[in-house]
Ligand binder design. Structure first.
Ligand code: FES
Length: 145
């Protein structure tokens, strides 16, 4: 049911942990499944993501997508990181079963939340970044109707 890459990132997740005095921290949950993800970003003066760590209290797909998402944003500028969508994360993992697509949204939103926190702390705006939701299940419900 899961690709080899998903299993690999689930069993050996990259960038697990936290960053002290991070430039930005984002926490996003999904009240429906109860899963929570927190992303820490260390961003240098050129707006490049020097380091990234995550903690995920959630399902295996959420762990694998957070792991892959952190790998994809590391070394990128904040603007480039914004373009790392949940689709890009899923492609990099060779796909996810349809019932697990929402798990990859958690990773995208947690990165956006961390970028938002960084922008707020520094009094800057990141073009195209919208204020992220703390609970993404609301959004899903809206989409269902
Ligand atoms: Fe909710 Fe995976 S089941 S994030």
């Amino acid at each position: 049911m899961y690709s080899e890459k998903v299993m690999d990132h689930f069993q050996n997740p990259r960038n697990v942990g936290e960053i002290e005095n991070a430039s930005g921290v984002g926490t996003v949950g999904n009240a429906k499944c109860g899963d929570i993800m927190r992303i820490y970003l260390d961003i240098d003066e050129d707006k490049v993501i020097r380091d990234v760590k995550f903690k995920t209290f959630g399902c295996g797909a959420a762990v694998a997508t957070s792991s892959m998402a952190t790998e994809l944003v590391k070394g990128k500028t904040v603007q480039e990181a914004l373009e790392v969508t949940n689709k890009a994360v899923m492609e990099a993992l060779d796909g996810l079963p349809p019932v697990k697509v929402h798990c990859s949204l958690l990773a995208e939103e947690a990165i956006h939340a961390a970028l938002w926190d960084y922008a707020e702390k520094n009094g800057i705006q990141i073009e195209g970044l919208e204020k992220p939701k703390a609970d993404i299940s609301e959004e899903e419900e809206e989409e269902e109707y």
